[in-house]
Design a protein around this ligand. Structure first.
Ligand SMILES: [Zn+2]
Length: 246
């Protein structure tokens, strides 16, 4: 009995050996499952910094999102496609923001307040003369870096503050017109461009009077997120040595 089992085992081993040899010399084959292609590491690694810096839904080439700040000058030739027109108040702005601006001003007045534009589009030459005549150079944006040169920014005060020695002060935020504008500007496509807690990112001091048009959709997203434009665009610079005014 034991001998029979041993012989059977021996036969089995010989058969297995034969199969092995036939497989090796290619007489018989086994179907092999297709092994997945190894994925190169860089293909699966998400560049975290890039993801943080530029939300995919933001197309920063949109005209209303152009960035002008101490680190980003207005590109050469920018004005070839820009049409500057007069508002009903007699201020010059990019033609594309005339309507939403006038609507915002009208609605603010209708709500019972008295907003007053005191600065709008500035030519490069005018910005240059402002800069040249300012004793403290941090009080005026360097020519070519002011949003006012885009025609997309306005300084708006409460008319009641017009008699202050200087209406462009922090207390502007407590005026009635300003409170309404801060609460509602995003519905017209504007943002308060230089918030109090973003000075080191915008490079500009808190300005509760400077409004910038970015379009309604972006204005709402920026306001809801609590970001400033630089954060929204993922364009945060590291050089924070100079914080000034517009
Ligand atoms: Zn301004």
């Amino acid at each position: 009995m034991l001998k029979k089992i041993l012989i059977l085992d021996l036969i089995l081993l010989l058969m297995l050996g034969l199969v092995g040899v036939l497989y090796k010399i290619g007489v018989i084959t086994f179907d092999k499952a297709e092994a997945p292609e190894p994925i190169a590491e860089e293909e699966v690694t998400v560049d975290e910094e890039e993801t943080l810096n530029l939300p995919p839904e933001v197309d920063e080439t949109e005209w209303s999102l152009i960035l002008a700040n101490p680190w980003n000058e207005i590109p050469e030739g920018y004005f070839e496609d820009v049409d500057i027109v007069s508002t009903e108040d007699g201020w010059e702005v990019d033609s594309r923001i005339k309507e939403p601006l006038e609507k915002m001003m009208a609605d603010c007045r209708e709500a019972g307040y008295n907003p007053q534009i005191i600065s709008a589009f500035r030519t490069r030459g005018f910005q240059q003369s402002l800069y040249d005549s300012t004793a403290n150079k941090n009080d005026t944006a360097y020519p070519g870096t002011s949003e006012h040169e885009l025609g997309l920014a306005l300084d708006i005060i409460d008319a009641a503050s017009a008699g202050w020695g200087d209406p462009l002060v922090k207390e502007q935020e407590d005026t009635e017109a300003q409170k309404w504008l801060m609460d509602n500007c995003q519905n017209y496509g504007f943002i308060l461009r230089y918030p109090a807690d973003k000075e080191d990112i915008t490079g500009i001091i808190y300005e509760p009077w400077h409004y910038r048009y970015v379009g309604e959709e972006h204005a709402k997203k920026i306001t809801e997120s609590g970001q400033c434009l630089e954060e929204y665009l993922g364009r945060i610079e590291n050089d924070k040595e100079k914080i000034g005014s517009e």
